[in-house]
Design a protein around this ligand. Structure first.
Ligand code: ADP
Length: 527
């Protein structure tokens, strides 16, 4: 039996994190694409075309970044022989096109040379389409109409068609660059591409990242034949199989054993997308909500019974493949809160907080729906104030009511839209808050009351990388053992408990909010 203190390594293309058995970070290393591999001439790690829609990243740059980072770790004396398992993550939706014959090269890598030297001619498309690309509107329309509409596509794959989703990107390549498509023997996601490098052969796509393609049937957990056919020919064979996100996809390639001193039995656990990896890094469990309160607010929901809708995205859960997760992004987060702070609290968070403390829960029936920038759900911009009699009012509320209205309105919208996707508040539900606004305990108290669940905070900078390291440990030791470990090591602090007295009041207020938001959207739509 091999003797080592296990270390779990996470690879996020440009960031490496190694954790020990107490899940503490023992080593971090990173590269900056623009300055550390400048020959690829990227800005922010990407190439943006003049049309403003097409955004790609050079595939070989990611390979070279891996060379650079492993060499840095070696130079630092990092002991690769202690690594028990590796997992990783990549930007969700991006895709890599391996040229015919590439796997033979991947299987026969020579340690005397670098990865990027040996793989330089392995890609039929040199620049990978990535999540920022928005050039596939036509393909999105084609896919939705081929399967019978946006609702039906969401029902099958968890999301309506989105430009960045990989199926639509593949369809564009199939239509516009048929030679390159036909010359492709495997299409990887950025995540499974990373895993392929590590095992020295093509690694399968995992369920969670695969859910961001508009191609996977999220209930059957297999490729949807109708979606594949609507996008391109012979796609099933180019995509290969799909596996659980915690699947052990093979031992490390001999190349890394010989070159860096990994042990031959170091396990590679499926790599996944950065959104699912963040859910793992936030340590979400059944029934939980992760709330990232930054410039935009993003909710990560743990779902047992998904109800795909035209808004948000449902993915198979990376931690437990019998469950699901949903991602909901709200554009009006901190920036809108700051606008109200500047207008009604003299630019001071202290005064803003004071207003929250001196106004009653429920704001005497006054509701504010404040979308200073175009919101995603619903697609709406503007400030809407509604009095206790459901009448829209044109003038502002009093300063302190405005402040309560922005926070209560935002949190109610989070609850209403989460419930639309099948989220249910369970007795064990916890809200795990991160991001700038999670410093504000009164905001968290209001979240706790409206969501009727305790709110916890934790220090998880870089949750995607950390999540991938957890996936390595989880994949190797199994869910049961890993969850036990998490429980014993939990670093979460409970900041707010819900007040049982406000439960019914907020449930009713949320129903009102839902009705009002719908009504306003309809009115604005027809205006
Ligand atoms: P991002 O990563 O999206 O840039 P952060 O998660 O770093 O954003 O959050 C920054 C935001 O946190 C700031 O824009 C600010 O609005 C908000 N913030 C900071 N302190 C407070 C506070 N005490 N109360 C509410 N919001 C706060």
């Amino acid at each position: 039996m091999t003797q080592y203190i296990p270390i779990y390594l996470s690879i996020y293309l440009s960031i490496f994190i190694a954790i020990n058995q107490k899940l503490e970070i023992v080593k971090e290393e990173s590269v900056r694409f623009d300055s550390d591999v400048p020959e690829f001439k990227t800005s922010g790690g990407v190439h943006s075309q003049a049309d403003g829609m097409t955004v790609t990243a050079p595939t070989l740059m990611w390979v070279k970044a891996l060379d650079v980072i492993l060499d840095q770790l070696k130079a630092d004396g990092f002991d690769f022989s202690k690594v028990a398992a590796i997992s990783g993550t990549g930007q969700q939706h991006g895709s890599v096109y391996w040229k015919k014959g590439a796997e033979t090269i991947l299987k026969n890598l020579k340690p005397e040379q670098t990865l990027h030297q040996q793989l330089k001619d392995c890609f039929s498309i040199a620049d990978s389409p990535i999540w920022m690309d928005a050039s596939t509107s036509r393909q999105c329309q084609q896919l939705e109409s081929a399967v019978g509409g946006a609702d039906r596509l969401a029902e099958i794959t968890g999301s309506r068609a989105y430009e960045r989703f990989t199926g639509n990107q593949i369809a564009k390549i199939f239509q516009n660059d048929r030679y390159a498509y036909d010359d492709t023997e495997r299409i990887s996601l950025v995540s499974s591409f990373g895993a392929s490098l590590m095992i020295g052969k093509y690694a399968p796509i995992d369920y969670s990242d695969g859910s961001g393609m508009n191609l996977l049937d999220i209930r059957k957990k297999q490729w949807s034949e109708e979606c594949l056919q609507a996008c391109a020919e012979k796609l099933a064979e180019k995509l290969g199989p799909v596996v659980k996100s915690t699947e052990n996809v093979g031992n490390i390639s001999p190349y890394f054993v010989q070159k860096y001193g990994f042990l031959a039995d170091c396990a590679i656990i499926a790599f996944t997308g950065d959104n699912p990896a963040s859910l793992a890094g936030m340590r979400l469990q059944e029934g939980d909500v992760g709330a990232s309160l930054g410039t935009s607010d993003t909710l990560f929901l743990w779902l047992t019974e998904p109800e795909p809708a035209l808004e948000g995205h449902i993915f198979i859960n990376p931690v437990n493949s019998d469950a699901y997760m949903a991602l909901l992004c709200f554009k009006n987060g901190s920036l809108t809160r700051e606008n109200i702070r500047d207008e009604c609290a003299e630019g001071s968070w202290d005064k803003f907080t004071n207003h929250l403390m001196t106004t009653p829960p429920g704001n005497n029936g006054k509701i504010g729906i404040y979308f200073d920038v175009m919101e995603i759900q619903p697609l709406l911009k503007g400030r809407f104030r509604i009095d206790e009699e459901d009448q829209c009012v044109s003038s502002s509320f009093k300063n302190e009511e405005e402040v309560r209205a922005v926070i209560e309105g935002q949190v109610m919208s989070r609850r209403v839209h989460a419930e639309t996707l099948g989220f249910k508040i369970l007795p064990k539900t916890r809200v795990l808050a991160t991001g700038g606004a999670s410093q504000n305990k009164i905001i968290l108290k209001i979240m706790s009351d409206i969501l009727n669940a305790p709110v916890y905070t934790q220090d998880v900078a870089n949750s995607a990388s950390l999540g991938a390291a957890y996936q390595a440990a989880r994949g190797l030791m199994g869910n049961g053992k890993f969850n036990e470990l998490l429980e014993n090591l939990s670093a979460m602090t409970c900041i707010a408990e819900p007040d049982p007295k406000s439960k019914d009041m907020y449930t009713q207020l949320c129903a009102r909010y839902k009705m009002l938001e719908k009504k306003i959207s309809k009115t604005e739509d027809s205006a």
